[in-house]
Design a protein around this ligand. Structure first.
Ligand code: MRU
Length: 353
């Protein structure tokens, strides 16, 4: 991997005996790291968005499987604990397929280790090594995504993003934000527009924060301003991350992404989706089959502690929406830029791995 001057915050850190987790709910005001020692701690951190973003959720869950099984005293009990911790962590959030991908990988590795000649302590160490590998591979993957994405941009372009698919959502660099960091390293000027991303404000609290810290030219806008700045000609491309890509190229991402995609099409602006292969789910045929998480009404009625809606109001609060593949110009992975027809080209991509 090339050296880099990226200095972003790391959301998941293995600290020798426990997980040191940056509490993303408190950003940008406070930078607080939480010590997590059990699988239940990790479950709660994922459920309550202390760690969020598809790849980071997968990384945290992988460590959670290790934490949930490390005290067992026989190989058989250990494998059972791995499976139990994994089944529990799988209930933390439904949409990001990286969670299930990471848990499957940890379970498969544990099974292999249980059948090996290794003693129990060596098995535990090797399982921890698997979680560390998931994390370090993600860093390399994100850098490659950034390189491929950067090839789609030109000096001086305005690029809009929604939610946070940055270093905070991954091991490093991010997916959709990776090209901005690489552009910065190479002295290429991009003007980034960050949607604030209602209702939990990942764009305002996280994307604006991490890009500003890195010295990237970023302008924060409310979600409902995207059409206006597109009509002014300020946006030359949109790039977002995703929680799951279905086999036909439909894309689930943070609520509001679909509206941005429709606006982009109306203004003839390319709409790019950046993700690792672990976010592509060929077992889910189309977007309507992707499970969409619904979150508490309070996120909308009293976000950040201030009541902004009448008591007793009916609320609908899906955390994600699905952008049909016809709105997607290209999907950028660590293996390169995938263009339509996505049903054919995504399948081909996995066949050639
Ligand atoms: O609810 P969140 O904050 O976990 O939603 C995150 C997103 O929608 C991201 O865009 C997606 O996970 C990609 S992160 C590289």
């Amino acid at each position: 991997m090339e050296t880099s001057n990226y200095k972003g915050l790391q959301s998941v850190i293995w600290a020798g005996e426990h997980l040191d987790l940056l509490d993303q709910r408190l950003l940008p005001g406070e930078v607080i790291h939480l010590p997590l020692t059990t699988a239940q701690d990790v479950w709660e951190a994922i459920r309550h968005l202390k760690v969020r973003g598809a790849p980071a959720i997968g990384i945290a869950a992988a460590y959670g499987v290790y934490l949930g099984s490390r005290l067992e005293q026989s190989k058989e009990h250990w494998l059972h604990a791995v499976n139990q911790a994994s089944a529990h962590l799988a209930t933390s959030r439904p949409t990001a397929v990286n969670l299930f991908w990471a848990l499957d990988r940890m379970r498969a590795r544990a099974k292999e280790l249980e059948n090996s000649e290794l003693d129990l302590e060596a098995c535990k160490d090797a399982l921890l090594g698997e979680a560390k590998a998931i994390q370090s591979e993600d860093e390399e993957t994100c850098r490659l995504i950034g390189e491929h994405a950067l090839g789609l941009f030109e000096d001086g372009m305005g690029v809009l993003t929604h939610c946070n698919a940055g270093g905070l959502a991954t091991a490093k660099y991010g997916t959709a934000l990776a090209p901005f960091y690489l552009a910065q390293e190479q002295g290429m000027k991009l003007r980034v527009f960050a949607d604030e991303t209602r209702p939990v404000l990942q764009g305002a609290r996280l994307t604006a924060f991490e890009l500003q810290q890195a010295g990237v030219d970023v302008t924060l806008i409310c979600d409902n301003m995207a059409g206006m700045i597109m009509s002014k000609g300020w946006v030359n491309a949109v790039i977002v991350g995703t929680d799951r890509v279905a086999a036909n190229g439909d894309v689930a991402n943070k609520i509001g992404t679909y509206s941005v995609a429709v606006l982009a099409k109306a203004h003839n602006i390319p709409f790019y989706v950046a993700c690792p292969l672990s976010t592509i789910d060929l077992n889910t045929a189309s977007g309507e089959l992707i499970p969409i998480e619904e979150r508490d009404a309070e996120e909308i009625t009293e976000g950040f502690g201030k009541r902004t809606a009448p008591e007793g109001i009916k609320v609908f609060n899906p955390a994600f929406d699905v952008t049909p593949s016809e709105y997607v110009t290209a999907i950028i992975t660590e293996k390169g830029v995938i263009r339509p027809p996505f049903d054919v080209n995504l399948k081909k991509l996995f066949e050639t791995l």
